[in-house]
Design a protein around this ligand. Structure first.
Ligand code: PMP
Length: 296
């Protein structure tokens, strides 16, 4: 479960028990999907715990809110501080943090004056598990970036993700890989995508995807390890000659892909760059956390 009788959440300036936190059935968010959110992880470190790239996550939340005409009365700094308090109050170290900014009752399709800030946290295992994934190319595409702000983390966009994962599961796969409206590789339902070929990494360019914070971290890590990462527009056919592939995301971390549409990759996961990066990422999230801690 996401909360117990003791769990504490933050709602509109107050700390309260999760079981007592409620909202209106007439919230615009509930009817039309306009809300913005984040998914953040904290990690136990030898110095206590620390929230990985908290600032970057809250900057993205602010960006998403602005794009969706949602007012935010909190600064990035205050949200970071509140997140540390949230974890302390819940006695959590290794945790997943879910900030949600949702709207007041309003049945119109216009911006809503008041927004609500909700922060909660719970223990959550790696979202896509620890085993290699069998992935299908989804029949659902990512939304046309001219129909919505695909680069913002908006609740309503996740109906697209839900359709894609449901289709994948129903067909016996673990996860979906979605194309953009022009048939180029885009991303997973809740994670970014990379593939390896001849010791170079390739990842779909920004424009039709969520600019993942893990994606940026992995690109930096790969660079520091001497690997080239190329952002571009790739077709599903490009995967037929690829050596390996993986997804990245805060909840999923770095997870290897065994097959796409039942075709496997040339390399064993353990021999791939993705595997090395997954190890380096696990290292970084606990190391980097120390520096984050000092900044608070
Ligand atoms: N794409 C989508 C659609 C997502 O929901 C997520 C998870 N936030 C990601 C990519 C990965 O983003 P991040 O690395 O910032 O968690």
């Amino acid at each position: 479960m996401y909360y117990s009788d003791e769990s504490v959440v933050f709602l509109n300036g107050e700390w309260m028990n999760a079981k007592d936190a409620t909202t209106s059935l007439y919230a615009q968010t509930l009817h039309y999907g306009n809300a913005v959110f984040e998914g953040i992880r904290s990690y136990a470190t030898e110095y206590g715990f620390s929230v990985f790239k908290a600032k970057e996550h809250y900057e993205r939340l602010m960006y998403s809110a602005e794009k969706m005409h949602i007012k935010m009365d909190y600064s990035v700094e205050s949200l970071v501080q509140l997140t540390y308090q949230l974890l302390e109050k819940n006695n959590l170290k290794d945790a997943y943090i879910r900030p949600l900014v949702y709207l007041d009752p309003n049945m119109s399709l216009l911006p809503v004056e008041n927004s609500n800030v909700f922060l909660s946290a719970w223990k959550w295992d790696r979202y896509l598990g620890n085993k290699l994934l069998n992935v299908m190319i989804s029949t659902y595409q990512r939304p046309n970036p001219k129909s919505c702000h695909v680069e913002a983390k908006v609740s309503g966009h996740y109906t697209n993700s839900i359709l894609a994962t449901t289709e994948a599961k129903q067909k016996g796969f673990d996860e979906a890989l979605l194309l953009d409206m022009n048939g180029f590789l885009a991303e997973g339902s809740g994670a970014n995508f990379f593939y390896e070929k001849d010791e170079v990494l390739y990842t779909p360019a920004l424009g039709n995807i969520l600019p993942g914070i893990t994606r940026a971290t992995i690109m930096d890590l790969a660079g520091s390890m001497g690997y080239k990462v190329v952002e571009g527009r790739y077709k599903p056919e490009d995967l037929l000659t690829a050596d390996a592939a993986f997804f990245t995301g805060t909840a999923a971390e770095v997870v290897g892909i065994a097959t796409v549409n039942n075709a496997s990759f040339r390399l064993n996961w353990e021999d791939s760059i993705g595997f090395q990066l997954s190890m380096a990422y696990q290292q970084l999230v606990v190391e980097k956390s120390y520096h984050n801690l000092l900044m608070i």
